[in-house]
Design a protein around this ligand. Structure first.
Ligand code: FMN
Length: 165
């Protein structure tokens, strides 16, 4: 996960948890230092050292980043009960930026035409840390299937089982 000379890199474990996380929570601070944290569904990694998030309706987030570039994003796979926290430096990429389509390729795919992307929030990763549910340390021998079943029970979810083909 960490490369000393170039900063942290996105590895497969991070990619997997991004794919399995429905939302990320993006925290910014305003000019007075007041924190702001809101959910974003349209997010992905870009390359191996950036997280990108779609601004579809995030006026305060964009305004805050323009004065304070430090951000923190976290996401979890609610069923496996683990995820990551990313601290980074954000820039706002407007649609007229020459690389908007490239940087936003995954966001544009996820959002489709129904959810226009006003800007891309591009986050250069400075620090990554794991988020584990406490059960990982309290019950380290619990099997993943049992952990997932307890999350299904907690959320009242009945997972679809893929039919044998
Ligand atoms: C489930 C869910 C998913 C959302 N996904 C996004 C998103 O991907 N991008 C976005 O800009 N807003 C998204 N929003 C809306 C923002 O969270 C919401 O407009 C929020 O008030 C923006 O706050 P801000 O202006 O402080 O950033 C989502 C909201 C919910 C409830």
């Amino acid at each position: 996960m960490k490369n000393k000379s170039e900063g942290p890199k996105i590895n497969q474990a991070i990619r997997t948890d991004i794919e399995n996380s429905v939302l990320c929570w993006l925290a910014t601070v305003d000019a007075e230092g007041t924190p702001n944290v809101t959910p974003k569904e349209i997010f992905s990694c870009y390359g191996d050292d950036h997280l990108v998030v779609a601004d579809i309706a995030s006026t305060n987030t964009v305004r805050n980043i323009k004065t304070h570039s430090a951000v923190c994003a976290s996401f979890i796979d609610v069923f496996r009960q683990r995820g990551f926290k990313i601290v980074g430096t954000a820039t706002i990429v407007p649609p007229e930026h020459p690389d908007f389509q490239i940087i936003g390729i995954e966001l544009l795919r996820k959002a489709g035409t129904a959810f226009p992307i006003r800007h891309i929030v591009s986050i250069k990763i400075v620090r990554i840390s794991r988020i584990w549910a406490p059960s990982y340390t309290l019950f380290p021998d619990r099997a993943e299937a049992d952990r997932m079943q307890s999350a299904y029970d907690a959320y009242g979810v009945n997972p679809r089982i893929a039919p044998d083909v």
